[in-house]
Design a protein around this ligand. Structure first.
Ligand code: CMP
Length: 140
């Protein structure tokens, strides 16, 4: 079993897609290990997406990710990282495979409903960004 990090983004929270997305993730075999509903501040959003700081979409992405609350999830499954990437689909919903979460819930490349870690190494860093070791082990 392995863990990955998902964030249900402000557009999906505002659009009342949290329930359907969680149901889909559970149907796909993911177990919720830890969850946090929070509003990121600009420094937190900037730090989380620091890898994109030189990209033209960095500032708009920060503005969007701080525009409302998000639900951060530590998700457990066999091959969690690649399986979650498959289930959510491509960044741009216009390119996402039919039936993926982004094909179903995302509006566009920026307002794309959900984030998922893109590698095992990223997952370790992103899980640590939101959760303590104790929280990831199932403690309070
Ligand atoms: P996410 O999986 O959260 O990782 C980085 C985010 O940057 C991505 O989803 C999109 O929300 C956003 N993003 C990536 N490429 C673009 C783009 N070309 N224009 C706007 N936003 C983008």
């Amino acid at each position: 079993m392995s863990l990955t990090l998902a964030i249900i983004k402000p557009d999906a929270v505002e659009g009342r897609k949290v329930g359907p997305i969680l149901a889909r993730l559970e149907e796909e075999g993911f177990r919720i290990r830890a969850a946090k509903f929070l509003r990121l501040d600009p420094d937190q959003a900037g730090a989380f997406y620091a890898i994109h700081r030189d990209r033209p979409f960095y500032e708009p992405l920060k503005t969007f990710m701080t525009s409302g609350p998000v639900l951060a999830l530590a998700l457990e499954r066999e091959d969690a990282v690649p399986r979650l990437r498959e289930v959510i689909g491509a960044t741009d919903p216009a390119e996402a495979e039919a039936g993926t979460i982004r094909a179903l819930c995302a509006e566009n490349k920026e307002r794309n409903a959900i984030h998922a870690s893109d590698s095992e190494e990223t997952a370790r860093w992103e899980l640590g960004f939101f959760f303590s070791t104790r929280e990831l082990l199932g403690g309070a």
